[in-house]
Every structure is written in C-alpha cells, then in structure tokens.
Design a protein around this ligand. Structure first.
Ligand code: SF4
Length: 193
C-alpha cells in the first residue's frame, strides 16, 4: 500500500475525538496525491459531515465563485486535495450560529503527516485556523494581502467564505475586488484550465 493510501486509511479510522464530540466522528478524506493545489480549511460543516463531500455548503458555493471553478472542477480529486484543521465536523457552537472550533489534537496528530506525504504546487489556506497553524502570531488580514509561501511553494491566505464572515468582506473590499482575481488566475494556471 502507498504511503498516502495508508495515511488515508488511518485517518478514516481515527476516533480520537469520540469522547468530546456529541456525535460519532467521521473523518472526511478528499484528494489524490498528485493534486497540484492543496486547500486547507477549518473543519467540515454539518452538511459536509452528512454528505462526506467537502465544501458542499454555502461556504463552498462562495469559495468556488472566488476560484472560478465549477463544481465538477472543484471536486475533481486530481485537481484539489482538500483537507482542514479538523477532519471531522466538531459540532455546532452554543452561540453565534457557527461551529465549535476545530479540536487542536486533530491538526497536531494529522497535519505533519499530511504535509510530509503531499507535495502540491500551490497552497490555499482558508480562514484563521489554517492561517494560524502555518503563520502563528500574524493577523489574518495581514496575511491575506501579502505574498506567502509554504515549503517554498506559493500560498494564499483567504478569509473564510462563510456567510458569518460578511463583516470582514465589507471591511476589506479589496479582497473581492482585487485579490480574488490574482488567486483565481494562479489556481487556473496550476490546473492548466
Ligand atoms: S477531528 Fe481529527 S482527531 Fe478528531 S476524530 Fe476526527 S480525524 Fe480524529
């Protein structure tokens, strides 16, 4: 068995959070080893938990429009490897309409292995949890508007596309007016589309 297949097998079997979730963990694994773009998000939503398809929700709809990708392109596992700071839906937060933050044990356990097994040409970090993991101590807004790299490859930091984040989009219109086009062109060039 290839290393990546072994990793995915172990990941799917992970139940480390069984005692802290109110539901059975169901790790979402998505993507092929040679995918040129790695997308690293926060955690699967309830809808993703129910369907097993990443970004199969309102956030995904917005993200796909930013990236200029059809559903078919976005979910093409040879194009995008999709992972996140937590591989399972962590549950709904008691207040605010959002989800509980990703359990730290997940990124601590799995991200080093994911990063060592996969070697994409471009990284897209979605939201502050992913940004914080790779660039601690730097504010998300500062990261979004500057050039970044991970493993000597280009990386973009994007705000989370959740509708709950609409204040950020209003406060920083340059993201959708200018930055999105640069990200889209880079992604399309990597995917040769
Ligand atoms: S969130 Fe991560 S660590 Fe927790 S059960 Fe799921 S895969 Fe395992």
């Amino acid at each position: 068995m290839q290393k990546i297949q072994q990793l995915h097998k172990e990941l799917k079997e992970c139940r480390l959070c069984r005692d802290i979730f109110e539901h059975e963990p169901r790790p979402r694994v998505w993507g092929k080893a040679g995918a040129p773009v790695m997308l690293i998000g926060q955690a699967p939503s309830r809808k993703v938990y129910e369907t097993g398809i990443p970004f199969n929700d309102q956030s995904g709809k917005k993200l796909r429009s930013w990236l200029g990708l059809s559903e078919e392109q976005f979910w093409n596992q040879e194009y995008l490897y999709i992972t996140s700071m937590a591989q399972c839906f962590p549950g709904k937060a008691a207040k605010g309409g959002g989800d509980i933050k990703p359990p730290a044990i997940c990124s601590k356990t799995w991200m080093p292995r994911i990063m060592s097994e996969l070697h994409p040409e471009l990284y897209l970090l979605i939201g502050s949890y992913a940004a914080n993991y790779f660039f601690p101590k730097t504010k998300l807004t500062d990261l979004v508007f500057k050039e970044q790299s991970i493993n000597n490859k280009p990386a973009f930091v994007l705000p989370h596309p959740s509708p709950l984040n609409r204040k950020w989009f209003k406060d920083y219109p340059a993201f959708e007016e200018l930055k999105v086009e640069e990200i889209r062109q880079t992604v399309h060039a990597m995917l040769k589309i």
